[in-house]
Write a protein that binds this ligand. Structure first.
Ligand code: NAD
Length: 355
């Protein structure tokens, strides 16, 4: 049976970079059936909804979803807000598909070490932030204002079930990596963090091969800059993960390099997930062949690794990206002297050649 991948190219540079990711997946020789559907601004233009019912149904019937990016000035003033690609599209698909675990790897690519703000002498970085995506202070009730609007409050709330399921996903990922998990919290202050620590401690006994430790979030923010090489898997709640994953990802250098995954519960051998670059639709460079497709291609590699559990093929894709860069093939965002500037599709071709 072929794997089934739903492809949602989206808007702006989304279709350009997604084409390259699909090209690379086809070149791996894996048996994958692709089906595309409109999403985001393209969904709105097509049938008046950023997440058309048929697109959602296609995703639900697939093993994984490959997404480009959505949004752009054309749809920025749509009313009501649920017609906008980011709200009615992205946020809606994450909650409809129950994508509670957000995986954000951040890795120094050796040929691009010059692009990192942390120059020579610092450790190489290869870490994964596993962020809880559908709970915590971003979703807790009650929230609101009182005293004529002069006092505001949010609620940070976590249930055992929410913490347990993401903790298992994080340990499974640690088992596929260097088997080192650091759970990041603020347990010296927050009750929710103390519950996280209790549950992570309990679950850690089921993964004795993984070394588990705890770190306070303020220290983690500092340690990421001081010595990013010390981290393998960082497991954390929604808001801390939001901030730490952005901090870690920028240590690599360019937005055009950063993949991400949002995964849900395993269905048998397959872990259902949605894979997308961290960047947006970049309307300023859309249609010009300038977009770097590497974030989309590395998202496709994550799809193979986490949904299909095929580490060997994912490693081949990751190595092909590094080799193409090492050969001096560069899109303009990561250009340096002595390299050859190529367009989006030529970058994809160079990576396919290295496969
Ligand atoms: P953006 O990520 O689209 O672009 C920021 C800057 O990075 C731009 O200068 C752009 O040219 C550059 N850039 C981004 N991706 C690149 C790539 N692959 N190669 C080379 N350069 C790249 O962020 P923005 O400009 O703030 O937002 C543009 C639109 O994208 C907005 O409508 C926003 O809402 C949307 N957006 C969507 C997502 C998503 O779909 N997940 C994420 C962020 C923003």
């Amino acid at each position: 049976m072929p794997f089934k991948v739903a492809v949602l190219p989206g808007d702006g540079i989304g279709p350009e970079v997604t084409d390259e990711a699909v090209k690379v997946l086809k070149a791996t020789g894996l048996d994958i059936e692709f089906e595309s559907a409109p999403f985001g601004g393209a969904g709105y233009d097509d049938c008046g909804e950023p997440l058309p019912a048929a697109t959602l149904a296609l995703c639900q019937a697939s093993d994984a979803v490959l997404l480009g990016a959505v949004g752009g000035p054309k749809w920025d003033s749509l009313q009501p807000l649920t017609k906008r690609p980011e709200i009615g599209g992205l946020l809606a698909i994450r909650s409809e598909l129950n994508l509670y675990a957000n995986l954000r790897p951040a890795k120094t690519l050796t040929p691009l070490i010059h692009a990192s703000p942390l120059k020579e002498g610092r450790s190489m970085m290869d870490l994964m932030v596993v962020r809880e995506l559908t709970g915590g202070i971003y979703f807790g009730e009650p929230r609101g204002r009182r005293d004529d609007g002069n006092t505001a409050f949010d609620t940070c709330l976590y249930t055992r079930v929410e913490i347990e399921r993401i903790t298992h996903r994080a340990y499974e990922i640690a088992m596929q990596r260097r088997k080192n998990l650091i759970a990041v919290d603020k347990s010296n202050v927050l009750e929710t963090s103390r519950l996280w620590r209790e549950i992570v401690t309990e679950i850690s006994t089921q993964y004795p091969q993984v070394s588990t430790s705890f770190m306070l979030v303020d220290n983690c923010a500092m340690q990421l800059i001081r010595d990013p090489g010390q981290f393998d898997v960082i497991l954390t709640e929604n808001m801390f993960g939001d901030i730490l994953s952005d901090e870690a990802s920028m240590i690599t250098g360019s937005l055009g390099l950063l993949p991400s995954a949002s995964v849900s519960d395993p269905k048998g051998d397959i872990v259902f997930g949605l894979y997308e670059p961290v960047h947006g639709s970049a309307p300023d460079i859309a249609g010009q062949g300038k977009a770097n497709p590497i974030a989309a291609i590395l998202s496709a590699s994550m799809l193979v690794r986490y949904s299909f559990k095929d580490d060997a093929t994912a490693d081949r894709i990751d190595n092909a990206v590094e080799k193409a860069l090492a050969n001096g093939t560069r899109t303009s965002d990561v250009f340096e002297n002595g390299c050859q500037i190529v367009n989006t599709s030529e970058m994809g071709d160079a990576i396919v050649r290295e496969l």
